[in-house]
Design a protein around this ligand. Structure first.
Ligand code: T6T
Length: 325
């Protein structure tokens, strides 16, 4: 397939995608497989992973599918298994479909760590899938709840809301939807959910779907965008309809555009994750595991959030949380 060819090409001309370790030059080769290429969240994760790889003197290869798709991500995993890397640090695109290819990697003796998203139910101690060494990422039910509660507050505690989601089966965004629904349920009917759409991780599709909802539900009060693309598309549609300020938006993730929209009153809350920490801890854990230092590894590492509003957007903490692109 195209993705396999792309993966092999990247591997073959490794130079651009590989960060080679400095001092001492270890023999370890790690692979970071992101959820989708070009996403500022994963670009920021990659920078964190590369910095840690340099510090520890290991080689890091980086690749990912061109679209959010387990079908496109699977041959990338297979290519790294064939290449016999020492560890795979991956944001799996689907919590079920990525189990088998990663199980094969693990069976081949490759250390597997998941970052951002998980496989199975994310509980690698008691859950159905236990071979990954750790799941490093946000608490996404909590994140969805924070978004939902902020949205409910922004709309004055009552009214109609809509969720712009990405691809079902993705652990992160499934859990954000769940957390937001819990916040809505806690209003006991004061806030109602008029719909959830899945945009396939495309901002253009998200804008199209949101435009249709704005027409169908003229008194829509608020929108929760569950990631960069859902939020970006929702904001674009609201701007196109000249409804900024009237329709409130809770924006998951913190690319530059979200900060612009926050400052222009198009969105009211920006929930920044810590992708660089996910990448950095992922690399640290892979090296710990390869050195047999299992005591250093926790099976679950929640990385936390920085909540950005107009009140704190110019603080150093908020500015540092904005994703790189
Ligand atoms: O929200 C992040 C990530 O946590 C999610 O799994 C996929 O989408 C993003 O990369 C943002 O686009």
């Amino acid at each position: 397939s195209l993705a396999a060819a792309g993966g092999l090409m990247l591997a073959a001309c490794g130079g651009s995608a590989a960060t080679s370790g400095g001092a001492g030059g270890s023999s370890y080769t790690l692979a970071l497989i992101v959820g989708v290429k070009g996403d500022p969240f994963y670009i920021t994760m990659q920078k964190g992973a590369e910095a840690k790889a340099r510090e520890l003197g290991v080689t890091l290869l980086v690749d990912g599918p061109s679209q959010w798709s387990a079908t496109l991500q699977t041959p990338i995993v297979n290519a790294y298994v064939a290449r016999k890397v020492d560890a795979i640090i991956i944001a799996p695109c689907d919590k079920q479909a990525m189990i088998a290819p990663l199980q094969q990697a693990s069976n081949a003796g490759i250390k597997v760590i998941t970052v951002d998203t998980y496989i199975g139910d994310g509980d690698y101690v008691h859950g159905p899938v236990t071979f990954p060494l750790s799941y490093i990422g946000s608490d996404n039910v909590q994140g969805g709840k924070i978004a939902g509660e902020a949205l409910i507050k922004a709309i004055g505690g009552h009214g109609k809301v809509y969720i712009q989601n990405t691809v079902p089966g993705t652990s992160t965004t499934d859990q954000r939807e769940q957390g937001c629904k819990e916040a809505i349920d806690a209003t006991h009917g004061a806030v109602t959910l008029v719909g959830v759409d899945f945009n396939g991780d495309s901002a253009a599709k998200a804008a199209e779907q949101t435009t249709a909802i704005l027409q169908r539900v003229p008194d829509l009060a608020g929108i929760f965008g569950t990631n960069i693309y859902g939020s970006e598309g929702a904001a674009q549609a609201v701007k196109n309809a000249h409804k900024q300020g009237q329709v409130k938006i809770a924006n998951f993730d913190a690319p530059e555009q979200a900060i612009v929209d926050l400052k222009n009153n198009v969105v009211d809350i920006v929930i920044a994750q810590k992708p660089a920490d996910m990448g950095s801890i992922g690399v640290q854990y892979a090296v710990d595991a390869l050195k047999g230092n299992m005591g250093a590894i926790q099976k679950r590492v929640p990385t936390g959030y920085v909540i950005i509003t107009r009140d704190n957007v110019d603080t150093p903490e908020a500015q540092a949380a904005i994703y790189k692109s």
